[in-house]
Design a protein around this ligand. Structure first.
Ligand SMILES: Nc1ncnc2c1ncn2[C@@H]1O[C@H](COP(=O)(O)OP(=O)(O)OP(=O)(O)O)[C@@H](O)[C@H]1O
Length: 664
């Protein structure tokens, strides 16, 4: 008791101080709580005047707004922002910049042969910017949002491109990030009209910029999603040289399909259309699809069925995520089940485990983890989850290798055969390369025209979109008649259906400033081309023969090794078995009878047989025992033969009676 009193006594004397401290704590806490409450009330009050719109990175409006933002002059006054030379938004439009940088940069100029990069200002992540727009102050916050993992505990992260996914055009790989970006737009306004106006303006602006481009999306088999892969300049249909009527037929068919949704719905036909472009390599299949996409204003979604990690599920997911109006491109359909990018004879193209007559699921397990089956492919193309309104284009170099189920009408409605260049095509491509007068078509196709040339009389051409103001190459512009004559001579020198259009293009590219010479030298080139092809063919055949021989030799060697190994294993096994039997035999011998009978073999010949019938049920073992005994005996050659016999540990009376064995 005294001890306790001693402990508490100092406290009792300081009671006043403690009380004061407690008062201070209570008052301080109350004041802080009141301050926080009032702050949040004030913020809530202020926020109640704001309209806030959220734009998520997964959807198109996000791109529109990012595109719009990158063009806002307000960035000139901003104190925190990101500067990027990368294209802006998922759709990667190259933006013009604002302010001083734009004046200093000239996008068209080349520096040491490389194009100058355009610089764009972007809102940095997790900062709030204020922009004045049509009499309103907009508060803009771009922030990262991490996926909601749900309550089930099963975590499924959907990977979406991070902002840095706006990759350079040349890049095929796009950075992935588990987070998504969101933009919040807050504006003080009575109704949401101002936000609607903003979104519409951003959309219009964006679409205007997108007008001259075709956006390419690639299938990402790792995450089962689409990745933006670049925006390409539209290719005019006129730059594709095909037999007369083919382009027009395809274009008309596509247009007709795109405006026939109701017609399909009324008849209960799935609103899809498939085009199979088949034929030799370098004949313009892919180019035509790009050109059609540009003409129809559609994006292209590319799937390579032979890509690593492709499976039925992944393909179904991808097909389900394709937007309603687009071109879905299945490249190299024949390589779908071979996991081979090569198109030589070793690439069968046909499903390995499904014959052409069956559509049964064949799931070839291959080392790269791809488990795409034919039925999986068919289901994803026209199953319940497949998108409506898409134009499916499939290309193949080996139509004969396709499963009929894949190419039947309903899946592939229109087939177009692409052959080697005809004379007609040769003439056409020559004219495309050497136009007789400046063409308004984009410079990347056939109009690499030097407008500084004295022949470029039409000054107005200089302002045409897509026409470069300066060209590195000066192409002489010939008269229409001369071009026609040259084109005719060129076509005459080209053998019908022997060389690919791509090969002709390659030749003309080398001679793009020499139209006359290109015609003079074309016959020689054709001979060289034939020789080269023959040489390549021969080399290929030799290589294949060598590879085949090596493979056969290897197979034989492996077989011989395998056989030798098997033989060795068999012998080892037999030896072990023999040893085990001998051991077992010895183990059967009673420990007390370790004494070895030294009865001469002569006199125990009968006892030996008796031992096999007496103690051993197993005659075989007895024989072995005898054999071993013989072996032992053989060691003492010239002596009498001795056999070892044994007696049970505790011989029964009957045994004692019958056993002829005498332990010495
Ligand atoms: N008919 C054509 N008209 C114009 N250019 C063509 C034509 N065919 C091929 N080319 C040119 O040849 C090149 C290769 O063409 P493209 O890739 O379209 O051929 P492809 O048939 O798809 O070949 P592959 O089967 O190997 O994929 C392109 O640069 C293209 O400009």
């Amino acid at each position: 008791m005294n001890v306790l009193r001693n402990v508490l006594s100092p406290l009792a004397t300081n009671t006043g101080a403690i009380q004061d401290t407690l008062k201070l704590v209570v008052i301080g806490g109350t004041v802080e709580t009141a301050r926080r409450a009032s702050m949040s009330a004030w913020n809530g009050f202020i926020d109640s005047f704001y309209l806030t719109a959220h734009f998520s990175q997964e959807d198109y409006p996000y791109d529109w707004l990012m595109h719009w933002l990158s063009k806002q002059p307000a960035w000139g006054r901003s104190r925190e922002f990101e500067i990027t030379t990368r294209s802006v938004g998922r759709h990667g439009l190259t933006q013009t910049t604002t302010g001083d940088l734009q004046e200093e940069e000239d996008d068209d100029e080349l520096v040491h042969g490389r194009k100058k990069r355009t610089v764009a200002f972007m809102p940095s992540v997790d900062t709030t910017h204020t922009i004045y727009y049509r009499g309103h102050w907009l508060r803009i916050t771009r922030s990262k949002r991490y996926p909601d993992y749900g309550h089930s505990g099963s975590l499924k992260i959907r990977f979406v491109p991070s902002f840095s996914a706006v990759a350079p055009r040349s890049s095929r790989s796009v950075e992935c990030d588990a987070s998504r970006l969101t933009i919040f737009y807050s504006v003080v306004a009575r109704n949401n009209d101002i936000l609607k106006k903003l979104v519409l303006e951003a959309k219009r602006d964006y679409e205007k910029d997108a007008e001259h481009r075709v956006h390419i999306f690639m299938a990402d088999t790792t995450y089962g999603c689409w990745r933006w892969n670049g925006a390409r300049q539209k290719r005019p249909m006129s730059s594709i040289v095909l037999q007369p009527g083919v382009k027009d037929m395809l274009l008309a068919d596509c247009k007709d399909f795109l405006c026939s949704e109701e017609w399909y719905a009324e008849r209960g036909i799935p609103f899809r259309r498939g085009y199979l472009l088949h034929g030799v390599p370098g004949s313009g299949k892919t180019s035509l699809i790009h050109s059609l996409a540009g003409e129809l204003g559609l994006d292209i979604y590319v799937v390579s069925l032979s890509s690593k990690g492709m499976s039925d599920n992944t393909l179904t997911t991808l097909m389900g995520a394709v937007p309603s109006r687009c071109i879905l491109l299945l490249e190299d359909l024949d390589a779908a089940f071979t996991r081979s990018v090569s198109r030589d004879s070793s690439s069968t193209g046909a499903p390995k485990e499904a014959t052409a007559s069956t559509t049964a699921a064949a799931t070839p397990e291959v080392s790269d983890g791809s488990t795409l089956s034919l039925s999986g492919l068919l289901n994803s193309l026209d199953g319940v989850a497949a998108a409506e309104g898409r134009l499916l284009f499939a290309t193949t170099n080996h139509i004969e290798r396709l499963d009929p189920a894949l190419s039947r009408p309903g899946r592939m409605d229109v087939w177009v055969n692409f052959t080697h260049a005809t004379k007609w095509q040769a003439e056409g491509i020559f004219k495309c390369f050497f136009p007789s007068k400046p063409s308004p078509a984009p410079a990347s196709d056939c109009s690499d025209i030097d407008l500084d040339s004295p022949d470029a009389t039409d000054a107005s051409q200089k302002n045409l979109p897509g026409v470069k103001r300066k060209s590195v190459h000066s192409i002489p512009l010939l008269s229409e008649e001369e071009i026609a004559t040259l084109a005719k001579s060129f076509a005459d020198a080209i053998p019908e259906d022997e060389l690919s259009v791509a090969a002709l293009q390659g030749y003309l590219l080398k001679n793009k400033t020499r139209p006359r010479e290109s015609v003079e030298e074309v016959a020689e080139w054709v001979i060289k081309e034939r020789e080269t092809r023959e040489k390549l063919k021969k080399e290929k055949a030799e290589k294949e023969a060598k590879e085949k021989k090596e493979a056969e030799e290897l197979a034989q060697k492996e077989k011989a090794e395998k056989e030798a190994k098997e033989k060795e294993e068999k012998e080892t096994k037999e030896k072990l078995e023999r040893e085990e039997r001998a051991k077992a035999k010895k183990a059967d011998t009673p420990s007390t009878s370790t004494t070895v009978s030294t009865t001469p073999a002569k006199s125990t010949s009968s006892s030996g047989s008796e031992s096999s019938t007496g103690n051993d049920a197993d005659g075989e073992e007895s024989v072995t025992s005898e054999e071993e005994s013989e072996k032992d005996g053989a060691k003492g050659e010239g002596k009498d033969k001795w056999v070892a016999v044994s007696t049970p540990a505790t011989p029964s009376a009957s045994d004692a009676e019958t056993s002829p064995i005498v332990a010495v």
